[in-house]
Design a binder for this molecule. Structure first.
Ligand code: NAD
Length: 330
């Protein structure tokens, strides 16, 4: 099948080409994102393969449907950037990679916690400049602290397993309780209780209309003073302006982000020669107690290999008319 691969980087080419070695698909790699402005690139391709910052809104989907596209293959688990209703109504199938390495994301979330707590980012620079002072590097024991997990699916569950090893008390909030988490001793509570009692809150639920800005000025008031917020899930879960206010008032003691609501204008590109126009993002960078990574939680060899293999299988299944559990239903 002829597939237009959007937002493709060197590593996407490598892993997808390797996974397609026997698959027989014709993969054409495009660096630009698929948006309403780049749909002409998809003309003549029955399948498009996209990532998290491609914008498959109704306008884009209608344009690619007119161009003859029948399949949208996501190289991600999250599908909040695709208007599934419009795709379904136009007879376009949407497939995703529901699981590729929950470990990669969970481990990165733990990395953010350790970095914020023990300030490795500052220690690294100091020691390289022969500054061996410990002032300003004081942390706290994770052992005995309370960690609140919002969303206990595949990644939240992995995160709980790792955090349990540190000797933390684990609280969780989810619209469904995960029996495996209950078995581990995770205690499910209301979101307000979780926020009020946790030293660390880590978000692992998808971005949906219900979860949009779940961390906002009102819910931030419920946080334990000086606590830590980690978001490796989706930027839209957080109202960034409200979080900045909470950091300024010191209600929030630490913030670790791998995702940002307006990240599509920034992440995955080298903008080091440019003047960044996003003042909210730039304000975040001024806080000593904020650590931001540019959506790299998924970025392990294991995850990229699994993403590529499942994506090629998804495309083959569609081409050969096989029903797949990876189809995103409306
Ligand atoms: P999953 O579907 O296995 O688990 C999600 C959990 O969230 C489920 O238990 C679900 O019941 C729960 N949930 C749904 N809506 C909720 C709500 N409103 N409040 C509380 N809980 C809710 O998904 P997963 O594989 O664990 O992935 C979680 C999220 O992680 C994805 O949706 C994606 O946004 C994000 N993610 C980020 C990266 C990265 O690189 N940063 C990589 C992969 C996934």
């Amino acid at each position: 099948m002829k597939v237009a691969v959007f937002s493709s980087k060197k590593y996407d080419r490598h892993f997808l080409s390797e996974a397609n070695a026997n698959g027989g698909h014709e993969l054409v790699f495009f660096e630009p994102k698929l948006t309403s402005e780049t749909t002409a690139l998809a003309a003549g391709f029955p399948a498009v393969c996209i990532f998290i910052n491609d914008q498959l809104n109704p306008e884009t989907i209608k344009a690619i449907a007119n161009n003859g596209t029948k399949l949208i293959a996501l190289r991600s688990a999250g599908f909040n950037n695709v208007d599934i209703k419009t795709a379904t109504s136009l007879g376009i199938t949407v497939v995703r990679v529901p699981a590729y390495s929950p470990y990669a994301v969970a481990e990165h979330a733990v990395g953010l916690i350790l970095t914020l707590n023990r300030k490795y980012h500052r220690a690294y620079s100091r020691v390289r400049e022969s500054n061996f002072s410990l002032n300003g590097l004081l942390g706290f024991d994770l052992h005995g602290s309370t960690v609140g997990i919002v969303g206990t699916g595949k990644i939240g569950m992995c995160f709980a397993q790792i955090i349990k090893g540190f000797g933390c008390n684990i609280l969780a909030y989810d619209i469904y309780q995960n029996p495996a988490c209950l078995e581990m001793g995770v205690k499910y509570v209301e979101l307000s209780t979780l926020l009020a009692t946790s030293d660390i809150v880590s978000l692992h639920c998808p971005l949906t209309p219900e979860s949009y800005h779940m961390i906002n000025a009102t819910t931030l008031q419920q946080f334990k003073p000086g606590s830590m917020l980690i978001n490796t899930s989706r930027g839209g879960l957080i109202d960034t302006k409200a979080v900045i206010d909470a950091l300024k008032s010191q209600k929030l003691g630490y913030l670790g982000l791998d995702v940002y609501e307006q990240e599509s204008d920034l992440f995955f590109e080298d903008l080091s020669d440019q003047v960044i126009q996003d003042d909210i993002f730039e304000r975040l960078l001024t806080f000593p107690n904020v650590v931001i990574t540019a959506h790299q939680a998924f970025f392990t060899r294991n995850a990229l290999k699994n993403i590529a293999q499942t994506t090629i299988t998804n495309i083959t299944d569609f081409e050969e008319g096989r029903e797949s559990k990876n189809i995103v239903k409306n």
